[in-house]
Design a protein around this ligand. Structure first.
Ligand code: NDP
Ligand code: GUE
Length: 282
């Protein structure tokens, strides 16, 4: 039987740490605000936006929401990002991804002031992450590192396999595991022998975007399995990229969906907002 890594509990610890810091800053008259910009209504994004609002209320961070229609133009979106950049009361800016197809995502991410880049997606943040300098780390992979550390999983020297190479999850995940001295293999849709490679992993991170793709035939006995996927099945129930019921008996530890990686993403976002205020706020 695998240990279930409780992302809800660990994220609650982090949110409590954040709440204390926010309260301490408030005593000095400093308030923190996060601007969340959503264009259109991607269902996964809406879950995230709702949970983020709750976490902001809990920790005492003010959240400012921009819910823009699907047909918003590049210029309109750029104008809002610019306003948020210039607004000294806003400490963090998050543009919800994916954006509608007619919008150039790179141009929007590049427009965000790196000092307010709490998602860690700006090239400046990415560069700092890669060379190991201080800077905002992307919330999902940073949250996974916290999950591993706070549940006593050692990364140093371990064989780590990441499935997925997106800019928001897979690629930064591989870099952060490398920074922790893991031996990292990154897999993607062109990878040959995916199963064999996954079977080598001491730590397996699934960020594929395909429901229940990973079953026990991909997992070495005793491996730690981290499931990043978020999907809704026919019954409106959430599930991940990992077939939990099949993998749980062979793994030594595993994250559930919901209650695993998702809540950690939000906790790390709150942490980045405090960091932004402390480093760059007025
Ligand atoms: N819990 C959380 O906080 C978060 C959850 N998510 C969820 O995580 C999942 C991944 O998200 P994201 O990274 O944005 O997804 P993307 O769709 O951007 O990336 C998926 C990656 O998986 C690879 N892939 C797809 N099919 C295969 C295959 N058959 N074999 C090997 N590799 C494959 C792709 O390869 P290639 O590059 O070659 O196309 C790609 O690199 C989604 O379910 C998403 O909803 C996302 C963000 C946060
Ligand atoms: N700029 C940007 N940054 C992101 O980090 C980002 C994004 N865009 N677009 C969408 C994806 C998806 N994502 C989730 C985060 C938390 C939960 C989450 O709270 N999950 C709970 C769900 C609980 C529930 O409400 O049922 C859980 O897994 O337990 C889900 C999904 C962040 N993403």
């Amino acid at each position: 039987m695998a240990k279930i890594i409780d992302g809800k509990k660990i994220s609650a610890e982090i949110k409590d740490e954040v709440k204390e810091e926010v309260a301490a800053l408030k005593k000095e008259g400093k308030e923190i605000a996060l601007a969340v910009i959503q264009v259109g209504a991607d269902p996964a994004s809406s879950v995230y936006v709702r949970n983020k609002k709750r976490a902001c209320e809990y920790t005492g961070i003010r959240s400012v929401s921009y819910e823009l229609p699907e047909e918003t133009t590049q210029e309109e979106l750029m104008k809002i990002v610019k306003e948020c950049n210039e607004d000294a009361a806003v400490n963090g800016i998050l543009v919800q991804l994916p954006l509608p197809k007619h919008i150039n995502e790179d141009e929007v991410l590049l427009a965000i002031d790196p000092k307010k880049d709490v998602d860690g997606f700006h090239p400046v943040s990415v560069g700092n992450m890669v060379i190991g300098e201080d800077g905002f780390l992307p919330c999902t992979p940073a949250g996974i590192i916290q999950l591993l550390k706070r549940s006593g999983v050692e990364i140093d020297g371990k064989e780590c396999v990441v499935i997925g190479r997106s800019n928001i999850v897979g690629k930064p995940m591989s870099i952060l595991l490398l920074r922790e001295n893991g031996t990292v293999t990154t897999c993607h849709s062109h990878t040959k022998n995916l199963k064999e490679i996954c079977k080598r992993a001491d730590i397996l991170v699934a960020a594929i975007g395909k429901p229940k793709f990973i079953d026990d035939s991909y997992v070495k006995e005793g491996a730690v399995v981290i499931d990043v996927g978020i999907h809704r099945n026919e019954n409106n129930k959430l599930c991940g990229d990992v077939d939990f019921d099949k993998v749980e008996p062979v793994a030594s530890a595993i994250t559930p969906v919901p209650g695993g990686v998702g809540p950690m993403t939000i906790a790390m976002l709150m942490k980045n907002c405090v960091e932004s205020k402390k480093l760059f706020g007025e």
